[in-house]
Write a protein that binds this ligand. Sequence first.
Ligand code: GLU
Length: 307
Amino acid sequence: MIRTTRAPRARCAALCAALALLAAACGKEGSPPGKGPAADRLPHYETARGFSLPASSTWTRARRRGYLTVGAKEDQPYLGEKDPATGTYSGFDIEIARMMSASLGFPPGTIRFRTIASANRETALQNGQIDYYVGTYTINANRKKLVGFAGPYFMAGQSLLVRKDENGIHGPRDLDGRRVCSAAGSTPYQRIRADYPKAVLVGYDTYSVCVDNLLTYQVDAVTTDDAILIGYAAKAPHELKVVGEPFSKEPYGIGVPRSDNALRFALNDALEARQRNGDWKKAYEATLGLSGVPAPSPPAIDRYPAT
Ligand code: GLU
């Protein structure tokens, strides 16, 4: 067990203030997140008229029910964030979910978001708890055995978040003997365990809990995708920084039930159409783009055959 350094009182006071700021920024005060997506600036997505997808059991069930249930994250700034005062979700992933629902013929206001942690995504899709999932979900071969993926719609890479006063961590090799936090069941967590066994890996359900632990000196670094970490750093720029170069490729996909090839194909078509008509870029600029990174060109869709 590695001993953690105790923060001197003054430093703790500053960090507690930062934590409060982060909490406020996350909407605990009922205000929109600072520099976060503004509801009145979000694009409007044209709803497909007369759309029908009888070959998809997921779509058919949702149509009968009258709304889609979509899995998402609620604590990832600019990507998937829930305002606890209003219950409203916002961010790039949320916009992707919305434009997909419009392409599936569901008018605005017919999505119910449901927060699902990284470790529970496959089960939620397998049990039919959600129709699809949009939440920084990396496409990989292992997961493809359990679920289907439309996309990718974005390319991220694993990176490191540290406190501003940390000078010894520049990449994953510097984690030997240091405490590093990630979300259980995530690809970054698995990569540290497999490739950097000398790091002292700490797992929680969510990255926001990892960030709280970083601010209070319980851990030395948080690791996950750069897109996620940039959001936390942007919310506490005086306390946190993202360091080094990304050391993996994390293509984000829309998770669907594995057997529902019809839904996966329809979502691939929809993603491609929304990239072509400019909606993808508009969505990026209204959300993730606010963290300061200009819109990249979206990755090519991986249309793998029916499973
Ligand atoms: N993209 C990575 C994954 O799917 C990390 C982010 C997350 O946990 O959602 O595991």
